[in-house]
Design a protein around this ligand. Structure first.
Ligand SMILES: [Zn+2]
Length: 377
């Protein structure tokens, strides 16, 4: 914006002494206008990019091009539709006090032990995860942070290849909903809706931007403990190990209440990875309702382990307390790297790093490299 202003001055031959300095531009913009910057309305996903690239290809005949354009347009319409569905939900929640719309985002890579010295650049980092809940009804934001030694970022990966972990469609999240339903009978129904990846327009995304902005402002700021990241957010809760429940216990083992079933009550195969809408109901905990398109009807999947009526879900049988998730030790190499940096860190922080559980077996599904999608080193 400032560049545009300077160009305007130049084009209009305004005398240099009258041209405001850059900082004045920012100052006026910040203090005298109720304005802020907004991301563009149409954002692009991987699919959009691939459409764009293919359309630019000269070898493509006009007929093929037309097909591609039609596909691309229907993709854009679908993404717009999903965003509209979201807006409708939010609107409804504002007039219906019993409805709440929550949007979530898991930011996975906030590296810890960020020092200004050169050596630390090449050392493995302890990753901090930030889970953000954006409550559309009252516009409040809640951030929960934990480090990778407390818990990972998804369900247990081995359950099924059909499950899509990044998008919470896995069986673990469904068990979590069942558990919440049972614990809080006032919740009558939970709907989980998935937007098109890359077109999510998530308010929670703004939290990432906020952290990045704050960090850039604080030039040369070092990150000594996970607590330093928490300081950057206004409302932030640190999550301890005890908070991570082992929801898998609800469906694994013969005595478990539920079972992982892939066929609907109509005996049709259901694919969780392609579903866009999941529903669970207080009235009928253990039943899972799924849609693979917002236009279609719900498929019902019965997750009761026992098919006969007498053995089915009963409130009394539901475990009141769930076991806590197994700890996720960090690798020995990572622990070694972190400890090697302690001479540059105040002694008050040493115990935290020395007490991190480590293991020589790499049993983690968390990326070791710095391929996080939110922060450059
Ligand atoms: Zn797209």
């Amino acid at each position: 914006m400032c560049t545009l202003y300077l160009q305007f001055c130049k084009d209009n031959h305004i005398d240099e002494t009258f041209i405001a300095k850059r900082w004045v531009c920012f100052d006026v913009f910040d203090k005298h206008f109720q304005l802020s910057f907004k991301p563009p309305d149409v954002d692009a996903c991987d699919l959009c990019d691939s459409f764009q690239a293919r359309l630019k290809c000269n070898a493509l005949g006009q007929a093929d091009k037309n097909i591609l354009i039609a596909e691309y347009e229907s993709h854009l319409i679908e993404s717009k539709r999903m965003c509209n569905l979201k807006s409708e939900d939010i609107k409804a929640s504002k007039t219906t006090p019993t409805h709440k719309v929550l949007r979530t985002d898991l930011q996975k890579g906030l590296p810890t032990l960020l020092l200004t010295n050169g050596i630390s650049f090449y050392k493995r980092k302890l990753w901090i995860l930030n889970y953000t809940l954006f409550d559309s009804s009252d516009k409040s934001v809640h951030c929960m942070m934990w480090d990778e030694s407390k818990a990972g970022h998804g369900g247990a990966r081995k359950w099924s290849s059909d499950d899509c972990y990044g998008q919470n469609k896995n069986i673990v999240i469904i068990m979590c909903f069942f558990w919440i339903m049972n614990k809080y009978p006032q919740i009558k129904c939970v709907n989980l809706k998935y937007l098109l990846k890359g077109h999510t327009h998530m308010d929670a995304d703004t939290i990432r931007a906020l952290i990045e902005r704050k960090r850039k402002k604080m030039n040369n700021m070092t990150i000594l403990t996970p607590w330093d990241w928490q300081q950057m957010l206004i409302i932030c809760t640190a999550w301890d190990k005890k908070i991570f429940k082992r929801f898998t216990s609800l469906f694994s083992g013969r005595s478990a209440q539920f079972i992982y079933r892939k066929t609907s009550v109509e005996k049709e195969k259901v694919l969780r990875s392609s579903c866009v809408h999941i529903q669970v109901q207080q009235e009928n905990i253990a039943m899972l309702y799924m849609k693979s398109s917002f236009d279609s009807e719900f498929d019902t999947v019965d997750l009761n382990r026992l098919k006969r009526k007498s053995g089915r879900f009963e409130e009394e049988k539901f475990p009141k307390i769930l076991p806590v998730k197994f700890p996720v030790p960090i690798s020995e190499q990572k622990s070694y790297d972190l400890i090697s940096l302690l001479p540059y860190v105040p002694s008050v922080c040493h115990a935290f790093y020395k007490n991190l559980q480590k293991s020589s077996v790499n049993n983690r599904n968390y990326p070791e490299s710095a391929d996080n999608d939110s922060l450059e080193h």
